[in-house]
Design a protein around this ligand. Structure first.
Ligand code: NDP
Length: 329
């Protein structure tokens, strides 16, 4: 069998804009690693959109194969934990940023970065969840660790019609939380209610400059937007509540006051999926397999062929993607 495969390659010459091409490669051209994986499915995350469009300096080494997550089957392993035929999932660890990533027929990575594909989950379903869904679960786990239970009151989710947001809504509703979904796409009300949202609020309610303290509206929040949105979410969180922050869809800044922290005892919980320790990843994927049913996963995702991945990167940055995109290799 030929070991040639197709890949997306981002290149940049000194002083010029980056270019993105579909190229043919061989396994010899991959970077070092002790496990080689036949990529079966990948996805388009917001970060992949940033990498391919070049809108933010996500790519830290050129040339680069983008794609921060994949599911597939081990074809070769020199790592004690993995053998040919094992089904695996990868999220983060700088893959698609500093190490050749998922948008290729084959990936060669460190075996320490892989976790087993959960029992009963297909590669396609794992990527319908993807890094967005895994991050949503890390946020839910962070809120729970802080003692935010359904009886404490509603939880707000910002960017609710996006990837992290959609799965966060489904996970919280599935665990009995009352979910307030904030979205700029009010036309997606039916979609969000189907996922379990109790109330939909327009994005503009949270996107302007925040007052130091607002009316107490929710016990907790999952925020994908940062900037004014996160500042507003914090200012409207009830006494003793907590907000898990994982994203920057509105901005990297945080124009907030300390009032929610020092007058209401609010906690801001930072969530990072890229370098999250293995024990948290295993717990997140175990719970995703147990708590998200197949119909929900299907409802939040749609499939595109590999050749559409570059166009889809532009769409996700323009906010035109609802839920999750799965890329079939
Ligand atoms: P998506 O593009 O799927 O979703 C982002 C959503 O944010 C959009 O759908 C939109 O939701 C909302 N949004 C867009 N622009 C704005 C704006 N100006 N103000 C307020 N809301 C806005 O991306 P993902 O769900 O994959 O990722 C969401 C964020 O989380 C990104 O910033 C991403 O980089 C980050 N992220 C971080 C991770 C980590 O490890 N910390 C891991 C994964 C993602 P709607 O249309 O409903 O308004």
């Amino acid at each position: 069998m030929s070991d040639r495969f197709e890949a997306v390659l981002i290149t940049r010459e000194e002083g010029k804009d980056q270019t993105v091409d579909f190229v043919e490669m061989t396994e010899n051209e991959l970077m070092d690693g002790d496990v080689t994986v036949a990529v079966e499915a990948t996805t388009v995350n917001y970060k992949d959109g940033l990498a391919i469009t070049g809108k933010a300096p996500v790519v830290r080494r050129f040339p680069m194969i983008p794609g921060i997550d994949f599911a597939g089957t081990v074809t070769r392993s020199d790592h004690p934990d993995w053998a040919e035929g094992d089904k695996v999932v990868l999220n983060g660890w700088g893959v698609g940023e500093a190490h050749y990533g998922a948008y290729a027929g084959r990936a060669r990575v460190s075996g320490d970065w892989l976790i087993p594909l959960p029992e009963g989950m297909s590669a396609h379903e794992a990527m319908a969840i993807g890094t967005a869904g895994y991050t949503a679960m890390l946020c839910v786990m962070a809120l729970e660790r802080h003692g935010i239970t359904p009886d404490r009151g509603p939880v707000v989710v910002t960017g609710a019609a996006g990837g992290v947001g959609s799965i966060a809504v489904a996970l919280l509703a599935g665990r009995g939380y009352e979910v307030v979904a904030s979205t700029g796409r009010t036309g997606e009300e039916a979609y969000l209610k189907d996922l379990g949202a109790s109330e939909i609020i327009p994005r503009e309610e949270l996107s302007g400059p925040a007052r130091p303290l607002g009316k107490e509206r929710w016990a907790g929040g999952i925020d994908v937007a940062g900037s004014h949105t996160l500042a507003n979410v914090l200012s409207m969180t009830c006494y003793g509540g907590a907000v898990a922050a994982c994203g920057l869809a509105q901005g990297l800044d945080l124009p907030a006051s300390v009032a929610p922290f020092i007058l209401r005892g609010i906690s801001l919980l930072g969530v990072d999926s890229v370098m999250a320790p293995r024990v948290l990843r295993l717990e997140a994927w175990r719970r995703l397999a147990a708590e998200l049913d197949h119909a929900r996963i299907a409802a939040v995702s749609h499939t595109i062929p590999f050749r559409q991945v570059v166009d889809a990167a532009g769409d996700i940055i323009a906010g035109r993607v609802r839920g999750r995109l799965v890329v079939e290799m």
